[in-house]
Design a protein around this ligand. Structure first.
Ligand code: IVH
Length: 666
């Protein structure tokens, strides 16, 4: 290869890589596989190694180059980076809309752009003639820190813009860390004995503010752009137009942004986003509502620290401060003792929280949580509330440390801590607390899905000695049930019917419902696909189990252990006698053979697990996330972000009625 050929190929490769970055990050629609992308990248690296004279700082290979800095330089913002006023409820948003109209002297609807307010670190990037020259933090709004070298390491930050960028562009965005990446990062930090980050925002901010860009490069950061500072060489008339232009230059904007004709639509947007908040892969703490027309924005102008043309409509916070009144111990289905903090009630994420898990003694020791402490509690989605940290400044000296009891608080049996385990366990498998939890798990939605068998009923059944294990459930009589507190004849009948219906569940669900350690829905399915029956599985050796793809020694060990206990085998006998399905029904290639389905929203005719089971019976596959390989997304009521994703990927969406027809139930 001649020098000239190398130069041309290098140019070509850089353009290709930039284009594919754009497909991947901005359009979320890659054209080539990761492996092909890596090949292009490696080819470029090799050519640049052979011809170092052609290496330029804006080559995609040059993201991490700089040496650690002694300290950050400062960068003044040409136009201050303001903060936002908050609205805590709908009324305050409507007041904002009224203020805008009053100020502009109009009664007409104001057009707004509504955007997710991402919870990360605000930054500004400056591009001159399409090339990234400086990146800075928001700082005090007027002067930020020079974090150019760190921001360059974020793959979603283009080093060179695409299309027809302006002479000078100051663009603003939020650096974030995805929730899954955040959890993984904390897991690694825990392994390496480093303190965890309290939340994704702190993790993102801490990663950007590293003096060594190599550390930043090792952190999974991402960015969304939401506005501009100074722009030279291009005029805009609306904010929406700004967002479209950013996208066309390869600067990723949030696909959830929406143009709203008036404040009502902005309020609707807030409600929709709040509903899918838990499904978002990143933290959003509210919605930013911005006047769309830039001439109106200019007329409205700014107050001291915030513009009059925008407002942050906040979601209910998911963290709050409260006091721990006591720490009690709960016994789970496998006998694990979980310490639970009993707290002064406090509102977190829109619900009142009084209890939070403290996980185990190690966690308590690590966070140094004591009875009487003021703590930060957090609630995310359906996750059980947890104590994030102690506010040590509030200590009075009267706080009392907590120790695990030596005897089970429910049955009095000895408590042990097995080597290599963080958990303490009650050693009595007949402990009423364990039995109750096992039954609850057995009856739960994703297991046998026995409607009407709630906590209180289970407690009564066990306390009155009517049920000692899950097998006994199927031999209950109407008279026995009707004799219980608050149990009318009708509800007794309903429960018996629900039990009867549960006998139809496929063997993989029965297996999962047994609550064998490490055997959840997925593993249960793998095992049943392989062994074909629970009886065959019960006879399998550890070696045989480990030879099944996807089954490791931990699962194998725990399966063998479960079936080696005589009392478990007795329970299985009872279940079999009751008529539960232990054998997989072999069906010829079903009508849905090879088809992949994903559900979003609520179905009206059946539960999601029932629908998924139906699909599998007919030879199809049900999965929880949408990808290009998905064949159909079934859209129920109040669909979530999967619908959006399906549209982006061009995956076919069908209604519940269409789905029912497809499975022969319509
Ligand atoms: S607009 C003057 N849009 O929130 C307008 N900000 O409290 C200021 N943020 O510093 C910003 N997502 O770091 C805007 N879609 C979004 C945002 C957003 C997150 C952050 C940003 C800003 C802070 C303001």
């Amino acid at each position: 290869m001649t020098k000239e050929e190398a130069r041309r190929r290098i140019e070509e490769l850089r353009e290709l890589i930039r284009y594919h970055n754009y497909r991947y990050y901005v359009l979320d629609s890659p054209e080539i596989s990761d492996a092909e992308y890596d090949r292009l990248f490696r080819e470029l690296q090799e050519l640049e190694e052979k011809f170092p004279e052609f290496v330029t700082p804006d080559s995609p290979t040059q993201r991490v180059g700089a040496q650690p800095a002694e300290e950050f330089g400062t960068v003044p913002h040409t136009i201050p980076m303001l903060s936002l006023d908050n609205a805590m409820d709908e009324e305050e948003v409507r007041e904002f809309d009224e203020r805008v109209k009053r100020f502009l002297g109009t009664d007409e609807d104001i057009e707004y752009v509504a955007e997710p307010k991402l919870d990360g670190l605000g930054v500004e990037l400056v591009y001159e003639r399409g090339r990234l020259v400086v990146g800075s933090t928001r700082g005090d709004g007027f002067v930020g820190e020079d974090v150019t070298q760190n921001l360059r390491t974020i793959r979603a930050v283009p080093l060179v813009l695409l299309g027809d960028p302006p002479e000078r562009l100051e663009v603003r965005g939020e650096v974030i860390m995805h929730i899954e990446d955040f959890r993984e990062l904390n897991r690694r930090r825990a392994e390496e004995g480093e303190p965890p980050f309290a939340n994704p925002r702190n993790a993102a901010a801490g990663s950007v503010r590293q003096l060594d860009p190599r550390i930043t490069a090792s952190r999974p950061l991402d960015i969304f752009f939401y506005g501009v500072g100074q722009v030279v060489g291009r005029e805009f008339s609306t904010h929406w137009e700004v967002l479209q232009a950013l996208r066309s230059w390869g600067l990723r904007t949030n696909p959830l942004n929406r143009l709203c004709r008036n404040v009502d639509e902005a309020v609707d947007y807030y409600r929709e986003l709040l509903k899918i908040r838990e499904e978002l892969p990143y933290e959003a703490d509210g919605v930013v509502i911005k006047v769309n027309r830039l001439d109106l924005q200019r007329r409205l102008g700014e107050k001291a620290r915030s513009p009059r043309w925008a407002i942050a409509y906040k979601f209910p916070p998911r963290q709050a401060t409260t006091v721990i009144k006591d720490i009690v111990v709960q016994v789970g289905r496998t006998g694990v003792l979980t310490p639970v903090a009993i707290m002064e009630p406090v509102h977190v994420g829109g619900v009142e929280v009084k209890r939070a898990t403290l996980h185990n003694q190690d966690e308590i020791d690590k966070k140094d949580v004591r009875i009487g402490d003021t703590v930060i509690v957090q609630r995310a989605g359906d996750v059980i509330p947890e104590v994030v940290a102690v506010v040590k400044e509030r200590r009075t000296g009267k706080e009392r440390p907590f120790r695990m009891p030596e005897r089970c608080p429910v049955c009095g049996a000895k408590v042990v801590r097995l080597p290599d385990e963080a958990a303490h366990r009650c050693t009595n498998s007949a402990c009423p607390a364990q039995v109750k939890e096992r039954i609850r798990y057995f009856a739960s939605k994703n297991a046998m899905d026995i409607e009407g068998l709630g906590v209180k009923l289970v407690a009564q059944l066990v306390d009155r000695g009517l049920v000692k294990d899950v097998g006994d459930l199927y031999f209950l009589t109407k008279e026995q049930l009707a004799s219980l507190d608050r149990m009318a004849e009708k509800s007794a009948e309903n429960l018996l019917e629900a039990l009867e219906r549960s006998k139809e569940r496929e063997p993989a669900r029965v297996l999962c419902a047994l609550g064998i350690r490490h055997v959840g829905e997925h593993v249960a399915r793998v095992l049943m696909d392989h062994f074909g029956s629970i009886d065959r599985l019960a006879e399998a050796s550890a070696d045989e189990l480990e030879s099944v793809p996807g089954i490791g020694p931990e699962v194998a060990g725990s399966v063998v252990d479960f079936f080696s206990h005589e009392e478990n085998m007795r329970v299985l006998e009872k279940l079999k006698r009751a008529g539960l399905k232990f054998e997989v029904e072999k069906e010829a290639a079903g009508p849905l053979s090879g088809k992949k389905f994903v559900f979003t929203g609520t179905l009206s005719s059946m539960t999601r697990s029932e629908a998924e089971e139906l699909i599998r019976k007919l030879g199809g596959e049900a999965s929880s996330s949408v990808s290009r390989r998905t064949d159909y997304v079934v859209v129920g009521e109040n669909p979530g972000s999967k619908l959006e994703r399906a549209r982006q990927l061009g995956v076919k969406t069908i209604t519940e009625e269409e789905f029912l027809r497809m499975v022969g139930k319509g």
